[in-house]
Design a protein around this ligand. Structure first.
Ligand code: GSH
Length: 219
């Protein structure tokens, strides 16, 4: 019998929570391998010395995903791989509309990358977030129109990514979306999906921390 796929990551939300939501929503039978941080200052010590180079990964890192012949790292490609393989309809693949899917994905990733960059590298987090992100929130807000989900009437893998990116911003500042009712609604709608709300109530759900101990802001 084939072994269960394994998702390896720190015991945090970080770069992997959207994939966890996806796996739970899709009811994939997988194993979650959670790595604990070593005591400071070398918090990656245990991972680096005892695990990182023994898994057969081309680019040894966390998160990783091992599923039969697939042994991969890089959080967004992992997220896409899970959506493609197990998603049955959640990963849109109509050639004519892929341009739109990829455009939305790229915008969400811009928001995410900027957020993590300032969280780790800057002590002017709030100033920079306020200066840069609202413009992107606004175009997304408009893009939703009257659609229930970001790509239209169907829930797609991008709703999972968008939810996690928006949620992480609310941890920083709970009213950050006060001028963006449609984005607030997205958070509520996503959390109301039965499989998601069930998972969020379970002991497996990692509510926090959002990022690693070396982030400038501990959230
Ligand atoms: N580009 C990679 C970055 C991965 C990364 O920075 N991982 C951090 C945690 S979020 C880590 O601690 N990796 C383990 C290591 O550095 O050995 C991705 O998106 O997955």
């Amino acid at each position: 019998m084939a072994e269960k796929p394994v998702l390896g990551y720190w015991n945090i939300r970080g770069y992997t929570q959207a994939t966890r939501f996806l796996l739970k929503y899709l009811k994939v039978d997988y194993e979650e391998k959670l790595y604990e941080f070593s005591p400071p200052p070398d918090y990656k010590k245990d991972w680096r010395e005892n695990h990182q180079f023994s898994l057969g990964l081309d680019f040894p890192n966390l998160p990783y995903w091992i599923d039969e012949d697939v042994k991969m790292t890089e959080s967004i490609p992992i997220f896409r791989e899970v959506a493609r393989k197990y998603g049955r309809g959640i990963f849109p693949n109509e050639e004519e509309t892929l341009w739109k899917v990829e455009m939305v994905e790229s915008l969400i990733l811009d928001i995410l990358r900027f957020f993590t960059y300032v969280l780790y590298r800057s002590d002017q987090l709030f100033e920079l977030i306020n200066e840069v992100q609202p413009e992107k929130f606004k175009v997304l807000e408009n893009f939703f129109g009257n659609n229930p989900w970001v790509l239209g009437s169907q829930l797609s893998y991008l709703d999972f990514l968008l939810y996690e990116v928006l949620y992480q911003h609310t941890v920083l500042k709970s009213d950050i979306f006060q001028n963006f009712p449609r984005l607030q609604e997205h958070i509520k709608n996503f959390e109301a999906i039965p499989e998601i709300s069930e998972y969020m109530k379970s002991s497996e759900f990692i509510a926090s921390p959002v990022y690693t101990p070396v982030a400038n802001y501990k959230i």
